[in-house]
Write a protein that binds this ligand. Sequence first.
Ligand SMILES: C[S@@+](CC[C@H](N)C(=O)[O-])C[C@H]1O[C@@H](n2cnc3c(N)ncnc32)[C@H](O)[C@@H]1O
Length: 205
Amino acid sequence: MNYRHAYHAGSFADVFKHAVLALLIEALKRKDTPFCAIDTHAGIGRYDLESVEASKTNEADTGIRKLTGLTLPPELAAYAGAVAALNPDPSVPRWYPGSPLIVRHLLRPQDRLLLAELHPADAAQLATEFHRDPQTLVRHMDGYVALKAFLPPAERRGVVLIDPPFEVTDEFALLQKGLTDAWRRWGNVPFDVEIGRQALLALSR
Ligand SMILES: C[S@@+](CC[C@H](N)C(=O)[O-])C[C@H]1O[C@@H](n2cnc3c(N)ncnc32)[C@H](O)[C@@H]1O
């Protein structure tokens, strides 16, 4: 496992992914009933954009730093609030929240967050980040195994983020199997397995 998200934190891909994730969480909050958010490839949760790793790639320059000082549309308020929560001076965002901290910032007291991360050092850091949090469970384990273990959540409502680093050559096959198994387990969500398989095949070409 060579991939470290610290090199890519706050990139344009993070901004897009996390903005969509925040919108999904906000949509789930339209009902009072609890939901469960599951993040199978969670990373470390909190990234220093001035770290040696982040400074090597400077990917935040074409990501989160581009949003600084702009008047954002209301749809981005939840995402922007999660970023601002880590930065006392939002005009110079030094800290960037990974998906676990974005979601955690937006949870209500009745909601839960389940996290899996396979890299031993990253999993340990993630566990430290959430060690006193009764709403968040951190597991050092393979994300696809976690997907099986976590589904279906007792709440029967929720969102799953599967965000692998695409380091292994069979990642699309793992994704296909993981998604198929997940939909079988979380059976109250309609899903056409064949359409999902075709979509993944198209993406992997
Ligand atoms: C793209 S990063 C995740 C970023 C995070 N979701 C975010 O948005 O802040 C992918 C993460 O998956 C971890 N990883 C790699 N293979 C894994 C596996 N089989 N199961 C769980 N985590 C894995 C890597 O260590 C890395 O932290």
